[in-house]
Design a protein around this ligand. Structure first.
Ligand SMILES: NC(=O)c1ccc[n+]([C@@H]2O[C@H](COP(=O)([O-])OP(=O)(O)OC[C@H]3O[C@@H](n4cnc5c(N)ncnc54)[C@H](OP(=O)(O)O)[C@@H]3O)[C@@H](O)[C@H]2O)c1
Length: 253
């Protein structure tokens, strides 16, 4: 699966590109300027030379030609950037990771974009695409640090079951990340807005927080158990399975 990133030259897009490429997704870093994308691609390839990252670079149209496309521009450019490549996005899964947040003095505040969330604005701009909101809470620096897993829950929401499934499939391949089906695209509003709380925590505690929800352990443990290969059958005798024992050969025949 090839993944393209619109606005892939920023910290979030380039970190995600490196992370996706590190698990084998051929990833196209998109930009308004092909040369800027090439520069960022070359920097990542050089930085992680031993990993031989399958990274490509192009303009946003090139990135939009991929199988799945991520929108990683600032929030106020997300819908218009997607609209510019609407033809390429037709019928595709599009992942919106943009958050509408403003810093007012020392305070981060969530903004309310048209239609309540950036993801909903993107969906309205490209109605023929299947938009999912995801990856809002993953800190860019950790995304791009391939020496460590990026431990975070990833809330995924969409009005299209296929977009949810594909996004979950992609995120589940990224070490440390746990994708969670968080319902319809209307939930993108609180998901995006919560980033403002996380940024406030980063400042207060001088760190970069990520999201980890509790209460899901049983669900994921039972999934793991279902996936585990069946235990090898015990030898018949040890199992006391009389029916498995061969009949003694009849004498004289
Ligand atoms: N930073 C994080 O930790 C983080 C984590 C999760 C989600 N996010 C979200 O991901 C998005 C990207 O974050 P970022 O920190 O990487 O942002 P950014 O550096 O401000 O922007 C990313 C890229 O978007 C392009 N861009 C900028 N202005 C544009 C415009 N007016 N029209 C079209 N493209 C434009 C630029 O690429 P070109 O100039 O090369 O076109 C830029 O490199 C944001 O919406 C953010 O809320 C960020």
């Amino acid at each position: 699966m090839q993944i393209g990133i619109l606005g892939g030259t920023g910290p979030a897009g380039s970190g995600l590109a490196a992370r996706l490429a590190s698990v084998g997704f051929e990833t196209i870093i998109g930009s308004r300027s092909k040369y800027r994308a090439l520069e960022v691609r070359d920097g990542l390839v050089e930085k992680w030379a031993d990993l031989h990252l399958p990274l490509l670079a192009g303009d946003n149209h090139d990135a939009a030609n991929a199988d799945v496309v991520v929108v990683a521009t600032p929030w106020d450019a997300a819908a218009s950037t997607a609209k510019e490549v609407a033809e390429e996005l037709r019928g595709k899964v599009v992942i919106s990771m943009a958050n509408a947040i403003a810093k007012v003095g020392h305070e981060f505040q969530p903004l309310v974009p048209p239609r309540g969330s950036v993801a909903a604005s993107v969906q309205a701009a490209v109605p023929q695409a299947m938009v999912a909101g995801a990856l809002h809470h993953v800190p860019a620096k950790e995304l791009g640090d391939l020496r460590h897993p990026c431990v975070s829950d990833v809330l995924v929401c969409s009005d299209h079951p296929e977009a949810t499934a594909v996004t979950i499939e992609i995120v589940s391949k990224l070490p440390g990340m746990r994708p969670l089906d968080s319902g319809e695209l209307s939930n993108a509003a609180p998901i995006e807005a919560f980033v403002s709380v996380m940024l406030q925590l980063n400042v207060k505690y001088k760190t970069r927080v990520a999201l980890q929800l509790t209460g899901l352990e049983k669900h994921f443990a039972s999934l793991e158990a279902a996936k585990a290969p069946a235990a090898p059958e015990a030898p018949a005798e040890a199992a006391g399975d009389e029916s498995a024992k061969a009949d003694p050969p009849a004498k004289g025949k």
